[in-house]
Design a protein. Sequence first.
Length: 103
Amino acid sequence: MDTIELSSKLIKFKSITPDNTGSIDYIQKILKKKKFNCHMLESGTSKIKNLYASFKGGEGPNLCFAGHTDVVPPGDLKKWRTNPFEPQITNGLNLKKKRLIIV
């Protein structure tokens, strides 16, 4: 999947804590297709979901990436120049297609 396409899909999720609106399930689906072992974790009274995914590709050390899928509340959307959950390429920006390789 193209990095711009993937980023655009992830931006569209209105994932404001504690509701990830399906973003974690979407990421898990992509990683499972790439043979990652995925484990959903829930924490706190709000049952906030987190995803732990691992890939066994040899005898070497484990590499871990940590991140989050939630954002701070955007406030009044009328005060935004553009909708923060609708990705846009503006000002005539010409981006060459690049590939995101998930091992």
